[in-house]
Design a protein. Sequence first.
Length: 345
Amino acid sequence: MTDTLRDTLARPLGSLRLSVTDRCNLRCRYCMPEDEYVWLPRTAILTFEEIERLVAVFAGQGVRKVRLTGGEPLLRHDLPTLVDMIARNPRVDDLAMTTNGLLLAKQAAALRQAGLERVTVSLDTLRPERMLAFAKSARHGDVLAGIAAARRAGFTSLKLNSVVIRGFNNDELADLIEFARAHDAEVRFIEYMDVGGATRWSRDQVVSQREMLEVLGQRYGVIEPVHAIGDDERAPAERFRLPDGTTFGIIASVTAPFCRTCDRSRVTADGTWFLCLYAGRGVDLREPLRRGADDAELATLIRETWQGRTDRGAEERLGIADRGALYRIDSLRADPHREMHTRGG
Ligand code: SAM
């Protein structure tokens, strides 16, 4: 007998992604391609104390992994203080962050000291001119400096996330693997997803896991899958090994979704809890939090909601014949919670 909290598909509540801000200092074409955005009201943004309390209640219900994300998490003022507050929770045994790296060089040491254990840096291209065209930023050098600073600060098992898009960076797969190897990191190629915000998504721009493996196989020879054990079995990335032992991952959320083992959920910066990246609606946790609900009430809400979870968003998208962008821009403006940058990638 186990009292692990499970949803309708027996998936545990294990991993919580906390978006600490909906703001971002990049405008990646696959996430924030528009000129203007509707932001969450400032007064709705959870304070560090509110986030700390929510994490404690979630941890009481089984969450062991917490990942800070956004928007760009390093835009949240004084993030090391929040890291310190969460790291003190003895139930949280894995505290990580996903960042675009622009502001990492300055903050890496403080974050590490505060108790952040792992960092993933998004790096889609090694060519500054491509980043300028694709993410409207001339700060490629800052990202590289951030990666170097993270290593100096003692972050081991550094991961690099690369969203692979046909016609943009699909000719850089080997270069990114080589870069990661040279920087003691592991790259994870992500299939371009039709999440909210990806208003220019189309099927033909997706480079599938299969195609990536074919291209890399031609370059490197036989590529072996790395068999997942323990916690890794729930990880979204499938890992592979090149003949020389170098490993990399692929997150095939479009062609081979991992819904069946998905133990993740997301809390937005204003305290809305989403059980799936594709979910149409979230659960308002800010209202009970600010009304003065006690921990037991919050725990019951979380427990009952998770027990009723049926979401398999990415798998359901597989069945759509004329698959296009998930939301049009007017629908995103009507509710910014539908945006990937609000929900936290
Ligand atoms: N700003 C941080 C960053 O860039 O890593 C954290 C937030 S960002 C939304 C988190 C991750 O989501 C990034 O690795 C980004 O590449 C990924 N992402 C955003 N839009 C995506 C899309 N349409 N398909 C696949 N991955 C996407």
